[in-house]
Design a protein around this ligand. Structure first.
Ligand SMILES: Nc1ncnc2c1ncn2[C@@H]1O[C@H](COP(=O)(O)OP(=O)(O)O)[C@@H](O)[C@H]1O
Ligand SMILES: [Mg+2]
Length: 457
């Protein structure tokens, strides 16, 4: 999901389109006169070969994309362009758009362009429930998706927002992601970026919704004017990653006052539940079911070519499920462990009986950490000093890596599911991000260990 090779993009689109195996995909292609062997497609997906070498073949490639569009594996033209870019080919021309992709939607304004997952597994019920809460015209104004770190709140929020925006329930959307200081208050290291304050969030909403002039107003004026501006319409405000209870309660109340009465709604993701507020629906997200967990492990193992895991027997997979409680991030990190050559039997022995979520992550991350190269370790530490995503121009100096070391460390962290690279056509504008749990690990347990080691010497 994180690196943008053509193979990864293709595999993700194929899965979203519901072709769970390469064979099923090949079949559907041949039904349209596009005869490719499973082998050929396998090569594309693993970037060993590209699907076309000349402009003459462009038409075939576009037809492949067309099938993926029909099956909803590709939802807007920017995704097609991203795949073409990964092939070093020009973006769609207007003529091509009109001829082959006329019914392809444009991206939803203000929704992050790239979904934070390849394929969302096992969440039909939750999606249904949360979408219904937001769509109900007489429902509560604030919906909170709560749950442990790495349980899949952000992923869910994204999918829910995509659905309700497509349904036409809301005219406008504004999405803001905040990062929390919760796990970093040990005084270990200086933050290089301030966390976003509530007035910053409001200013960002105002900017996204086209009220640019409000953003320079004092916070109180901004709040009142934004409320007035929202009153007559139907806007969905999303606040992702609001992880502390105190802030969440306070902010939820302020957002409630901002959007009501009226048709506007707020969707918040939070690590802490918000159960005591009458204007809030709190939906507590649990781990994935066993079948969904196995699907996620297989998807990840396939995408990252974790051969050992692909050949693992059901007993091992079942153990992974039981030990992680179906937490998606933990499942992904276990795949990373397998890739890094960590013996999963032993690792699961260690993890068994650990119930505390942070303790589980602590174990998993430490094992991974020890397998990383020095450069990758430095880059991970560097990334964790930023409260939000960072540009290379900021990240590289902080990590004290030269170009070659940086270029080698990024794919290593991506492959280990420790880093995500946002997709941007300009390399200098690419943003590097790590998950909140990963940031927590670097800023708390890891630092603690280091400080202790320093104390010993
Ligand atoms: N249902 C799911 N199917 C596939 N991947 C998922 C699912 N839920 C979460 N993930 C992946 O697991 C990781 C953690 O999910 P995330 O939404 O960031 O959790 P949270 O916001 O609760 O901390 C992400 O990489 C995300 O893409
Ligand atoms: Mg999140």
């Amino acid at each position: 999901m994180s690196d943008e090779t053509f193979g990864n993009l293709l595999r993700a689109a194929r899965k979203r389109a519901g072709f769970h195996t390469i064979a099923a995909f090949a079949n559907a292609l041949s039904e349209r006169g596009l005869a490719y062997t499973d082998d050929a497609i396998g090569h594309w997906e693993n970037d060993r070969r590209k699907p076309y070498h000349s402009d003459k073949d462009r038409l075939d490639t576009l037809k492949i994309f067309q099938l993926l569009v029909e099956k909803r594996g590709i939802e807007h033209t920017t995704q097609v362009d991203a795949m073409l870019a990964a092939l070093n080919r020009p973006a769609l021309s207007d003529a091509e758009k009109a001829t082959y992709f006329s019914d392809l939607g444009t991206p939803i304004a203000n929704l992050p362009e790239k979904p934070p997952y390849d394929r969302l597994v096992g969440r039909d019920e939750v999606l249904e429930a949360v979408s219904r809460m937001l769509q109900d015209p007489t429902g509560k104004p604030v919906v909170v998706v709560s749950g442990l770190g790495g349980i899949g709140k952000t992923a869910l929020a994204y999918e829910v927002v995509k659905r309700v925006m497509q349904s036409g329930r809301f005219e406008k959307l504004a999405w803001e992601t905040t990062k929390s200081e919760e796990f970093t208050g040990v005084g270990i290291r200086q933050r290089r970026e301030q966390t976003i304050s509530f007035p910053n969030v409001l200013a960002s909403y105002a900017r996204q919704l086209g009220f640019e002039s409000l953003t320079t107003q004092p916070p109180e004026v901004l709040r009142v004017r934004l409320r007035d501006a929202l009153r007559s319409g139907s806007t969905l405000l999303v606040l992702d990653n609001l992880e502390t209870l105190e802030a969440a309660q306070d902010v939820a109340r302020q957002l409630y006052e901002l959007v009501s009465p009226g048709k506007n709604r707020v969707l918040i993701t939070s690590r802490e539940r918000l159960v005591d507020e009458p204007f809030v629906y709190d939906y507590f997200v649990k781990g994935l079911s066993e079948p969904a967990s196995l699907e996620l492990i297989r998807d990840e193992a396939e995408a990252r070519e974790a051969e050992t895991l692909l050949q693992a027997d059901d007993a091992l997979l079942k153990r992974i499920y039981t030990t992680t409680g179906g937490m998606p991030l933990a499942l992904k990190l276990i795949v990373s462990q397998s890739l890094l050559g960590i013996a999963l039997d032993e690792e699961l022995d260690r993890l068994e009986g650990v119930v505390d979520e942070q303790q589980i992550y602590r174990f998993i991350y430490f094992a991974i950490w020890q397998k990383l190269s020095k450069s990758a370790q430095k880059l991970l530490i560097g990334s964790a000093t930023f409260a939000t995503t960072a540009l290379r121009s900021m990240l590289q100096p902080v990590s004290e890596l030269d170009d070659a070391a940086f270029n080698q460390a990024v794919p290593e962290l991506v492959r280990a599911s420790l880093m995500e690279v946002s997709h941007h056509s300009l390399a200098a504008q690419k943003r590097y991000d790590i998950h909140a749990m990963t940031r927590w690990f670097v800023n708390a347990p890891l630092m603690e260990l280091w400080n202790r080691q320093k104390g010993l010497t």
